[in-house]
Design a binder for this molecule. Structure first.
Ligand code: NAD
Ligand code: UFG
Length: 336
């Protein structure tokens, strides 16, 4: 039976996607080198779904290891999450980011070609809209980046686009995620960053659970309703479901297609803090700090292409995003 290879399937978004693919009846194989995740997340996927997961602890840059998977498993599509994702770290270590994200994708695409596998769903990001597009972001706007991480997404989208032009049977959907947050309803899988979190939600969660003292809100003088930054936060479960729809779409449509996965609504940092306080039932200590370099004031998606092509739209709410995140934090205060 043909299977889907999920790269980065032990990570935050990948693990939720594994659950959704299994629930939708797709046989999956997971590849992850566990550089930013733990094998425990595979056990948790198994616990949630009641199914055994075929897991290869392997690096996507290791051609022999990837080839072995294609040799041993009948892979007919790839859902490609694996990569480094920290913007600040990418500025400090650009070579690592280009080598892992682009180099790894190269190896994967070459081996897909060797084995005649022509379907890929790729984890792109709203970061490809750069600094200068007006909001809401629409897929046909020009792409650009402001840091090496963002450039890896822009370049991989370009590579996929070019492959689709060269091979009329190739199909690639680039899903441009906005800000994924939340966790599985079971509280068994969720976001488990190494070290001090860079992103808002895991930071708030660690303040709530008592691991961190105080949130710094990066700027309250933006041109937004309350002065704090506005983003389109999307529940990771909605996002995961979007991948199942995207894969079904890709199987039926050749060519390159970028699709936003967002709710279409912006939430400010202060609104998020208050929603989380409600979910966890205690105050979140915060202070107003300077703006974070590189941040934009506001972004959110135009989510109509996903609705039109994938028949997908976000269903969770700000409340459930915070409640589910808090459940995961309470059950796993020290991560997985
Ligand atoms: P994550 O770090 O939790 O998951 C990525 C997984 O890839 C990890 O399990 C890591 O161990 C694995 N990995 C990294 N390099 C690898 C390699 N060379 N070989 C094999 N495995 C490797 O991150 P996430 O939040 O789940 O993000 C998944 C994807 O979505 C990434 O490509 C990321 O850039 C993209 N994305 C994430 C966000 C976000 O805010 N979380 C937003 C937009 C896009
Ligand atoms: N913020 C704080 N304090 C924190 C962390 C964040 O005030 O401790 C604010 C930020 O200034 C921003 C908002 O919360 O206004 C969201 O910040 P995140 O770091 O959670 O998310 P970003 O929107 O900055 O980054 C996300 C992804 C990146 C991606 C980027 C652009 O994490 O991978 O969107 O699409 F590149």
């Amino acid at each position: 039976m043909s299977k889907i290879l999920i790269t980065g399937g032990a990570g935050f978004i990948g693990s939720h996607a594994c659950v959704e693919f299994i629930n939708a009846g797709f046989p999956i194989v997971v590849l992850d080198n566990l550089s930013n995740s733990k094998e425990e997340s595979i056990r948790r996927i198994e616990k949630i779904t009641g199914k055994t997961v075929t897991f290869y602890k392997a690096d996507m840059r290791d051609a022999a290891a990837v080839r072995r998977i294609f040799e041993e498993q009948q892979i007919d599509a790839v859902v490609h999450f694996a990569g480094f994702k920290a913007v600040g770290e990418s500025v400090a270590k650009p070579l690592d980011y280009y080598e892992n994200n682009i180099g790894g994708t190269f190896v994967l695409l070459q081996i897909m070609r060797e084995y005649g596998c022509k379907t890929i769903v790729f984890s792109s990001s709203a970061t490809v809209y750069g600094m200068h597009n007006p909001i809401p972001y629409v897929e046909d706007m020009p792409t650009s980046a402001t840091n090496p991480y963002g450039y890896t997404k822009v370049m991989i989208e370009q590579i996929l686009h070019d492959i689709c032009i060269s091979d009329p049977e190739f199909r690639a959907v680039a899903l441009r995620y906005f800000n994924p947050i939340g966790a599985h309803k079971s509280g068994l899988i969720g976001e488990d960053p190494n070290g001090i979190p860079n992103n808002l939600l895991p930071y708030i969660g660690q303040v709530a659970v008592g691991k961190l003292q105080q949130l710094s809100i990066f700027g309250n003088d933006y041109d937004t309703p309350d002065g704090t930054g506005v983003r389109d936060y999307i529940h990771v479960l909605d996002l995961a479901k979007g991948h199942v729809s995207a894969l079904k779409y890709a199987k039926e449509h050749a060519g390159f297609m970028p699709i936003n996965l967002g709710t279409g609504h912006g939430i400010s940092v202060l609104e998020m803090v208050h929603a989380y306080e409600k979910a966890c039932g205690k105050p979140i200590s915060y202070r107003i700090a300077d703006r974070r370099p590189g941040d934009i004031s506001a972004n959110y998606a135009n989510a109509s292409r996903a609705k039109e092509l994938l028949n997908w739209q976000a269903e969770e709410t700000l409340e459930t995003m915070c409640e589910d995140s808090w459940r995961f934090m309470q059950q796993n205060p020290n991560g997985l």
